[in-house]
Design a binder for this molecule. Sequence first.
Ligand code: HEC
Length: 137
Amino acid sequence: MKKILLSTIILLTYSYGYEPSVALNTYLLELRTEAKKINPAFNGFNLEEGRKIFFTKKIVDGGEISCVTCHTKNLASNGLNSKTNKIIEPLSPNANKNRLSDIKEMKKWLKRNFNDVYKREGTAVEKGDVLTFISKN
Ligand code: HEC
């Protein structure tokens, strides 16, 4: 089991253009296991689905909101929190190496931010898809 885990992490590492953090690889593996439990035919996260999740606009409390509202279309640039008016540092780990480097942080914000936009928690597949999109942009 440990060997499988290790080789999957190594495989994931080499399939990325940049070097993802151990935290990201570990979390993606956790999400993949969860996704496979729900759907045994699940065979990998999808960057394009992640892009859709990131750009889809919803109406919440009478106003339009998407992930782009706070993080902007360009993940390498600063965002602005529409609720607090505070600057958000770039979400892209290519532009900001602190990003996607802490599992607790990823879980906390994905939970909160999915709720902001979709009024529910994201599924394992949705979280994996959107993290894949973010990590490659
Ligand atoms: C209302 C504003 C807002 C919206 C909308 C929003 N975010 Fe965020 N997001 C934040 C803030 C604020 C942080 C944490 C601040 C920081 O780390 O600089 C954050 C952090 C994150 C992180 C953590 C990054 C890390 O370092 O691990 C991820 C991932 C993320 N957001 C994804 C999303 C996704 C996906 C959506 C859409 C479903 C979304 N966000 C929508 C404000 C927002």
